[in-house]
Write a protein that binds this ligand. Structure first.
Ligand code: SF4
Length: 649
């Protein structure tokens, strides 16, 4: 039987297990990436493992989320990251050089390689045929130590694209259509493999918009076959020699198929506050818009900003609306500036920012209270923009620019009818991505050979091995779809403590209940209770590390998001699945005890556990864990286990 492209790449990198959906497999990792909010902890963990040099083909450390360096803590973090990259042999991308996914795509992503990144949008280079997966920082540290990465073998779904996109429709609308059809849970445990004539019609930057936002479907990854377009993109980046032709076999069998006719795609928009809340733009036409931002790892490339620049050239942004362009990389900024587009945008009233994630996570350009912001980003979770009652819409650069010109949401086709000289901008790549690499420091150019730690850089917390008895209070009961942003908000006033777990943990779940952290610390042991899809969103391992530091022993939830569940194992917190009836019955403040000898039961492979509540009633909870994950849990987490193993060697 033939293989899908995903199976081929996994087969090439397989070190343990079999390619059976649902089975755990171990794969060799060729490349790793880390960004600034997750990277400090990755390197502290790498240091704690006692390893001298990173072992993958290529490691890259980016400074992109918090580039404004409001106070010394961020600057200290960036200096620490530079020193870690230099000490352990990674590339270092300076703050302002761009978002990890954009800069990685431009400089390092290569067909057929595996990439593991401590950021949930790591799958972006799937648009170039790289199999890229987001993971917790500790997994990255272990991969850098030469260890395999373990993941459940995903189901591979064929997304067959027919036809070609009409004017004013874009790659963003294709992924919004996927979200409209499949929802934010539709990709869990899956890799989406895009094939067909429609896929061939898309340029690499368009493909990476789709693979980037496959994360919002909950997918393990998304990938395109490679072809002349891939080769052409690499040639324009001066990396043609890295091209490899990769296709699924003709007789490959897919677990499922989704068919999208690109010629029927129209401009779409995700309404507040979920990326799958998608409707045609015409349904919300007329909504007044206070702010528009074009940028992010989804739509921050040269090819994304150029259409917006063409649309505003010679016109003026509506006086009632602010239009901010935050390029995804300095490469994009530099080329746009050389070609004169930056001046055209400025003349039209655009505020051109440095290349940063910034506003995507509420760092800068926070919307005004009770206002509407249209963004080309990938997420619009409530509060992510930096203000709780935000109203963020997600759309393509074309829809965003149209909104900025009109001051209200408008389908760009209708705006084109109104303004008779507004033409569909299309997608255009520069002849050559000719830009400086001054902000990228290669390992052989490193300026540090030892770690530089400022006063805000703390210690990595370690947990004791799992005990026989686990009991404590249900310290917090939460709804469905609790995100990692709820658990540890990524706003600048909080994120600056990312390398200082003692301080950061004070903000744990503060967006749900601001008394939680204090109560948890006092209790020193306890449980979290949640509905479906607990921990969705980013790969932020702080969202497991901080609850662990506060003494949380277990999470009882109806279901868990993939990366967060792996992070719970990695930090020694027991993730137990409960049914809806049990969820409804448990109240915050109830006394919970796991009846069995938990340490022994976990180690022996037991799947069902009895949960006793208030010494009054009992329910069954399920632990879905591989043998490897069980070892990790009983040791008190992956760091404790790896340290133990190193000491035994
Ligand atoms: Fe940065 Fe936002 Fe992309 Fe995350 S989703 S990498 S915060 S731009």
């Amino acid at each position: 039987m033939g293989q899908t492209l995903t199976e081929k790449i996994l087969d090439d990198h397989l070190v343990e297990g079999e390619l059976e959906p649902g089975e755990e497999i171990g794969i060799e990792i060729d490349q790793v990436l880390t960004q600034d909010t997750t990277g400090t902890m990755v390197w502290l963990q790498f240091e704690a493992l006692g390893l001298d040099e990173q072992q993958t083909e290529l490691a890259a450390q980016y400074c992109d989320h918090q580039t404004y360096q409001f106070d010394f803590k961020n600057t200290d973090d960036h200096r620490f990251l530079r020193s870690a990259a230099g000490t352990y042999g990674a590339h270092f991308s300076r703050p302002g050089n761009g978002i990890c996914h954009n800069v990685h795509k431009e400089n390092f992503a290569a067909p057929g390689k595996t990439l593991l990144g401590s950021d949930s949008h790591t799958p972006t280079p799937g648009g170039l045929g790289e199999l890229a997966i987001g993971a917790g920082g500790l997994d990255i540290a272990v991969a850098m130590g030469g260890g395999a990465y373990y993941v459940e073998m995903p189901e591979v779904v064929n997304v067959r694209l027919e036809g070609e996109l009409p004017d004013w429709a874009s790659a963003k609308d294709v992924i919004l259509e996927m979200l409209r059809r499949l929802s934010v849970k539709g990709g869990v445990g899956k890799v989406f493999e895009y094939t067909g004539p429609g896929a061939e019609s898309l340029s690499v930057p368009e493909r990476t918009t789709i693979t980037n936002m496959g994360t919002e479907l909950g997918a393990t990854s998304s990938i395109f076959e490679t072809d002349e377009k891939t080769k052409d993109y690499l040639a324009r980046q001066d990396r043609e020699d890295e091209y490899v032709e990769l296709k699924a076999d003709e007789d490959a069998e897919y677990a499922d198929e989704v068919v999208i006719d690109l010629s029927e795609i129209e401009p779409l928009i995700a309404k507040p506050s979920m990326p799958d809340n998608v409707v045609p733009v015409r349904e919300v036409e007329g909504t007044e818009v206070d702010q528009v931002i074009v940028g992010s790892c989804t739509n921050g490339g040269y090819e994304d900003i150029l259409p917006a620049a063409k649309m505003v050239k010679g016109r003026e942004v509506a006086k009632s609306t602010d239009l901010i362009v935050a390029p995804g990389s300095k490469q994009a900024s530099e080329i746009l500036a050389r070609e004169g587009w930056t001046a055209e945008m400025m003349a039209a009233g655009v505020n051109v920012s440095e290349a940063t994630c910034g506003p995507c996570i509420g760092i800068g350009h926070v919307p005004a209270s009770d206002s509407v912001s249209v963004r080309t980003f990938n997420r619009n979770f409530e509060g992510r923009s930096g203000i709780e009652d935000d109203s963020v819409f997600l759309a393509s650069p074309q829809v965003a620019a149209a909104a900025a010109l009109k001051g209200e949401i408008v389908d760009p086709r209708d705006l084109a009818d109104e303004l008779d000289d507004l033409e569909a901008p299309g997608v255009e790549l520069p002849d050559q991505y000719d830009a400086s690499k001054a902000d990228l420091i290669a390992p052989d150019e490193a300026i540090d050979d030892e770690l530089i730690k400022g006063p805000n850089i703390g210690e990595v917390p370690l947990k004791d091995p799992l005990q026989a008895n686990i009991e404590g209070e249900a310290l917090l009961k939460m709804e469905d779809n609790i995100t990692t942003d709820h658990i540890i908000p990524a706003t600048s006033d909080i994120l600056k403590f990312r390398s200082n777990i003692e301080r950061l943990s004070e903000f744990t779940l503060s967006r749900v209940d601001d008394t939680f952290a204090q109560r948890a610390k006092q209790a020193d042991s306890g449980f979290l209770v949640a509905g479906e899809n607990y921990g969705q969103g980013s790969s932020r391992e702080h969202a497991a590390m901080c609850p662990m530091y506060l003494g949380i022993e277990g999470v009882l939830a109806q279901s868990f998001a993939r990366i967060h569940k792996a992070n719970l194992f990695n930090f020694g917190i027991v993730p137990l699945a409960i049914d809806e009836e049990t969820y409804e019955k448990i109240e915050q403040g109830d006394d919970i005890a796991i009846v069995d000898d938990v340490a022994e039961a976990v180690e022996s492979g037991q799947e069902e556990f009895t949960v006793r509540v208030n010494d009054d009633w009992e329910a069954t909870a399920t632990l879905d864990a591989s043998e490897r994950e069980r070892h990790i849990l009983t040791a008190g987490g992956k760091l404790s286990l790896t340290k133990q193993q190193n000491e035994e060697d």
